[in-house]
Structure formats: structure tokens, C-alpha cells
Design a protein around this ligand. Sequence first.
Ligand SMILES: NC(=O)c1ccc[n+]([C@@H]2O[C@H](COP(=O)([O-])OP(=O)(O)OC[C@H]3O[C@@H](n4cnc5c(N)ncnc54)[C@H](OP(=O)(O)O)[C@@H]3O)[C@@H](O)[C@H]2O)c1
Length: 291
Amino acid sequence: MTNTAETRTVVVTGASSGIGRASAETFARMGWHVIGTGRNPERCEEAVTALRKMAAPGARVDFVRGDFSEMADVRRVASEIAALTDRIHVLVNNAGGVRDGLYRTSEGLEATFAANHLAPFLLTRELLPQLERAAAKSPAGTVRVIAVSSSGHMGCPDMNWDDLMMLENFAPAQAYCQAKLANLLFTRELNRRLAGKGIVAQAMHPGRVSSNFASHGDEAMQSYMSQNECITPEQPARTIVWMATDPEVGRKGGRYFHDLAEAEPAPQACDDAAAERLWKESERILDTVGC
Ligand SMILES: NC(=O)c1ccc[n+]([C@@H]2O[C@H](COP(=O)([O-])OP(=O)(O)OC[C@H]3O[C@@H](n4cnc5c(N)ncnc54)[C@H](OP(=O)(O)O)[C@@H]3O)[C@@H](O)[C@H]2O)c1
């Protein structure tokens, strides 16, 4: 399947709910070719039907379902996306969230680290040919990879290098904060590696958002979210779409944004050596599961 010169293609992971869905809706209204991913069959079905209804004339909406805590599934999703388009202009790595405990996947990985960090790492790697093909025909800086991270990364002083999946001493909130720090380190190293190709990688914090997020977490997370005021998913979606399209955002990658503005990440998210080390560790872990 080929795209017309006018159509820009965006992949939004986690488009079956919350922030990803609100972002996918905006891209569809703007006439883009939107490829969403999700996990829950009913939510995916409902989302694709609604997105197609609201899409602008000329827009196209596809959906691919998969469990991003399973790396084999991430690879299958990537190959199904590659069958839908030969060019990707924007990849929004949004899927993820908290869990209420330690879950080992069928591949032996810890589910929070797998879905929030290893999945976007692997998906981006698998979709690089499509991103590079888009970049070859686009002005520099207009092809972008966007990570939906969290200010929660500030609660993680460093990666737990001896046990990245925290299998020895697991705590759901710490595992989540570490995975969100990993999003920022990955963005940093990805941006460095893609600099010569005209592709920029950026990260963002959506804010405290009313979505399905808390329903996957433990009681402490659920009560924290219910006791604090939350914004609607449309608000961070505006920032994501702005990050995908604004000329200034494409000027320089490796940055962190919140609410339509650049923000300051924690110092541990700006550590080039840690970013490179995480890249190598991620490759090593993926190697152990045959990816
Ligand atoms: N909500 C907040 O306050 C908040 C704050 C900071 C950062 N974030 C981040 O924002 C992103 C979006 O979260 P949200 O608030 O929009 O939550 P949400 O409503 O629960 O949406 C999460 C999306 O990711 C998908 N997803 C989650 N785990 C997955 C997995 N293992 N495999 C495949 N898909 C998976 C979900 O799919 P299904 O629904 O189909 O299962 C859904 O489409 C997440 O990365 C989250 O960490 C959220």
C-alpha cells in the first residue's frame, strides 16, 4: 500500500483509550493516515469505528491489536503496520501504564518494563525503515518519534542497572517511574543515533489525566488518582499533535515537553552515558527473547 504525496502517516500506540485515542482522533480529523494500536478487543473495535466516523475526507484509519508486554507480539504488530504503509512520518509511542504487581510475561520479562520501555524500543527499531523512507522525502525535522513519558521519572534517581526489571525487589510504582525514566533516556539516545537522518525524537509529560490509567494500578495508585484533580485526555493530545507538527519542535531533538512548552527533565534523564548503556542493555534483553 502506498501513500499519496499529501497524506502524512502517524502511528499512535495505545490509541484504544485515553491520551492515545484523543491524539488519534485529532490526527484523523486533520486528514492523516492514522494507524492505531491497542490491546483490548472491545476498546479497539469501538475506537476504530469512532475514529473512522470523525475522520476528515481523505483520511484513513487502521488499527492493529497486540499485547506490548510480549515482544513477539510487538514484532508482529510492526510487521502488520509495515504492510499498511511504506512511510511513517510520526510515531507516537504512547501505550503503557502502571500494573498492580509483578507479572512475568510468557517470555519471562517483567510486564511494566516490557510494555513501557522494551516495546517502544523494539517497535521503533522495527519501523525505522518506514521512518527513514518518510524522512528521505520530507524536510529535515518533520519526521518525528514522540515518547509519552511522565514526570514520574523524577521519582527514580537512577536506572536499577543490576536488575533492570526489578525482579529481586519489585514495587509497582518504582517500576513505573523507572520505565518512564527509560523513555527519556531512550529518546535521548535515539535522537543522537538518528540525527544524521533528519528524524527527531522528543518526549513529553501529559499531566495527571483522567483515563483508564489508574484502573490497571494498585490501590495506592487508584486512590492517588481519584483524590487529585485530573485533566481530560484532549489536553495532552493537543501537545502531542503540536509536537508532531510545529516547525520549532523539529529544530532540535532529544527534548522534553509539557503543555505546549519545553520543560526541564530530571538530571538523571540527561545522562548520555546512561542513555547509551540502556540502549545496549535493551538490545541484550531483547536478544535473550529472540528479538
Ligand atoms: N493518565 C495519566 O495521568 C498519565 C500520567 C503520566 C503518563 N501517562 C502515560 O500516558 C500513556 C497513556 O496512558 P493513558 O493515561 O491514556 O491510559 P489508558 O487510558 O489506560 O490508555 C493506555 C493505552 O495503552 C494501551 N496499553 C497499555 N498497556 C498495553 C500493553 N501491554 N499492550 C498493548 N497496549 C497497551 C491501552 O490499551 P487497551 O486499553 O486496549 O488495553 C490503551 O490504549 C501511558 O504511557 C502512561 O504511562 C499517563
